[in-house]
Design a protein around this ligand. Sequence first.
Ligand code: 3HC
Length: 287
Amino acid sequence: MTVHKIAVIGSGTMGSGIALTAATNGIRAVVVDISDEQISRAKKYHQKQLEKSVAKERITQDEADIATANLSYKTSMEEAADANWAVEAATENVDVKKSIFKKMFDVFGDDVVLATNTSSISITDLASSIPKAEHRVIGMHFFNPVPVMKLVEVIKGKKTSEETTAATIVLSEQMGKTPVPANDFAGFVSNRVLMPMINEAFHAWSDGVADPEAIDSIMKLGCAFPMGPLRLADYIGLDVCRDIMMVMYNGLDENPKYLPNQKLIELVEQGHLGDKTGQGVYNYEKG
Ligand code: 3HC
């Protein structure tokens, strides 16, 4: 199966990154979002990244022009119905994702793979919202920033077909990524390991073990992480971290070790979500 056009449902950080990565690897990508504001943010991000890549001589101006031509933006899924691959990249909420999946089932053709970029939610559960197409549903979990991070975590649901899985591996490689399989447990591998570390960093801060700068410096310099865990939490989004931890808590026998730290919850409740709001663990308002 040759993928000629990917519909990316959701134009937030992950959706816009997935679309850009497809476009720079020679695959047309249509970004779908009901919000005009989000779409114009995605467009600006695409233009800025392509300009940066040309300035850094990573790609030529011609290649940037081809990538731009590969990208399109629509405010309704119906306008993207000619795509032969769809990937959902909406907020990490099971009800929102299930209603998007029902719509994807109605809009896209019978042989289109319906992938989800969920970070933690059961693929089998999401697929159960469209019983006639469960074999075409698969987890295709990208990492932020998508154009840079090499991994796609590939998660089969109970009824995902071998054909869907094989096609996902091929497409991930075509997008310059390394697909690695994980089984369908809440949080898969990546967040099962990453989120407890981030949460523990919040506990260490709350307990007064060290301040955020020291915690991050220790983990950067001592463990060679590109970002410390608290800086990374801001980068991912504190609301996203909390939601993933709750999906793991609910999906893994309500084990209290997955419950988000109180300081993390408080920051989210105050609207301090990290980079995207200018304030999280750290303040970014002055850049
Ligand atoms: N989009 C595209 N490219 C980007 C980018 C973005 N948003 N941000 C950075 N880049 C590129 C830069 O252009 C630069 O490219 P170049 O080397 O060709 O010039 C390169 O990445 C390095 O960027 P910088 O020099 O600006 O900065 P750093 O060297 O500090 O790297 C970083 C930035 C790549 C974000 C690095 O800090 C990093 O790897 N951080 C960890 C990120 C991480 O762990 N991500 C996973 C999060 S978990 C997740 O996504 C799963 C979810 O389920 C929660």
